[in-house]
Design a protein around this ligand. Structure first.
Ligand code: NDP
Length: 316
């Protein structure tokens, strides 16, 4: 595994990280979840990304992860970078959503309990909440950090004007915000306009989520929607109707991938790592073989100018 420094911080992250958004909940196989975490760690994936609401049920991915840590990772906590977040709907009632001080602090405590941890490495504000003053959100992050419940602070999906306030508040409190989590893939190019540059300029690393566009950037959907895929699941976040419109691009990308000796998924990950503004590519997986396939992307992250141009022509 190669590691990249997250912005101007001292923390390095593996080029590939594993997220537990799907496939680690109550409704999923514990044995498969356990195999995936063990395989990832043994392959050098030291970073695992969670959030309070990952499941289903919300919270169950953190519980699953806590059980796996207890079974298999005793004595290894210091070798792992574990993150969690709060910001999206987690529990019913007025305090389980948004980015208020009340919600973030309560939620962080609950996340730690579920995972059986005393601290996470990175605690994120999961999203900008227009109903909460940004200074209030920042003050909650300050408290969590100063209580030793998070080693670092991160932000997720923040527009620059909102990130500015969080960054300047925490700078005054001498708390570096070391990372920004963004949706970025060959099919989602928006971050190239501004936010990738913003992160670099402000000394933050960038960790990209849904790099395979939730599975669209693989060849699994080329001949339809397989029964065991995310798009087929009622609780999956990839909707059936989102599949077909992207397939002509995916088929065109496959030709380039084949010439490079890669699968589409591998090329989609390599393409991100070709960009030195990306610190780590945060993948999801439903089985060990996918992690194995995706790890091979790291073997070839060089692209010719011609390849980049072709990819842009297909995807932009
Ligand atoms: P991806 O785009 O990597 O999609 C992962 C899914 O693609 C897998 O679950 C699997 O789905 C399919 N897949 C992966 N590899 C292969 C392969 N080699 N061949 C075929 N299919 C494959 O990422 P996610 O959308 O899962 O997001 C990754 C992580 O990012 C999350 O777990 C979470 O930690 C983070 N995230 C953060 C957000 C935020 O708001 N900050 C929002 C969303 C995600 P299948 O079930 O079909 O097999």
């Amino acid at each position: 595994m190669r590691f990249r420094r997250s912005g101007n911080s001292g923390l390095v992250l593996p080029e590939l990280s594993l997220g537990l958004w799907h496939n680690f909940g109550d409704t999923d196989s514990f044995a498969t979840a356990r195999d995936m975490i063990r395989y990832a760690f043994d392959s050098g994936i030291t970073h695992f990304d969670l959030a309070n609401n990952y499941g289903p049920l919300p919270g169950s991915a953190e519980e699953t992860f806590g059980r796996i840590l207890k079974k298999d990772f005793e004595g290894l906590r210091h070798e792992m970078v574990i993150s969690t977040k709060a910001g999206h709907e987690m529990w019913p009632g007025p305090y389980g959503d948004g980015s208020s001080r009340k919600y973030l602090i309560e939620s962080c405590n609950e996340s730690l309990k579920r995972m059986g941890l005393e601290y996470v490495d990175i605690f994120y504000t999961h999203r900008y909440d227009p109903n909460t003053p940004l200074e209030e959100t920042a003050s909650a992050l300050e408290t969590i950090y100063k209580q030793g419940k998070a080693i670092y602070i991160g932000i997720s999906k923040y527009p620059p004007f909102a990130a500015d306030v969080i960054l300047s508040y925490l700078k005054e409190a001498r708390i570096p915000v070391i990372i920004h989590q963004l949706k970025y893939s060959m099919l989602v190019r928006e971050p190239e306009k501004e936010i990738l540059g913003y992160n670099k300029e402000h000394g933050m690393g960038t960790i990209t989520f849904s790099p395979l566009a939730q599975g669209l950037l693989t060849d699994k959907y080329v001949d339809g929607i397989p029964a065991d895929s995310r798009a087929a699941k009622s609780h999956g976040f990839l909707k059936k109707e989102e599949v077909a419109p992207e397939m002509s691009k995916v088929i065109a990308l496959k030709e380039i991938a084949l010439k490079r000796g890669q699968t589409i998924a591998q090329m989609a990950i390599s393409w991100q790592l070709y960009n030195d503004r990306v610190t780590s590519v945060l993948i999801g997986a439903s089985r060990v073989q996918q992690i194995a396939e995706n790890l091979k992307a790291l073997d070839n992250i060089a692209f010719s100018g011609e390849e980049i141009e072709l990819i842009d022509r297909i995807t932009l």
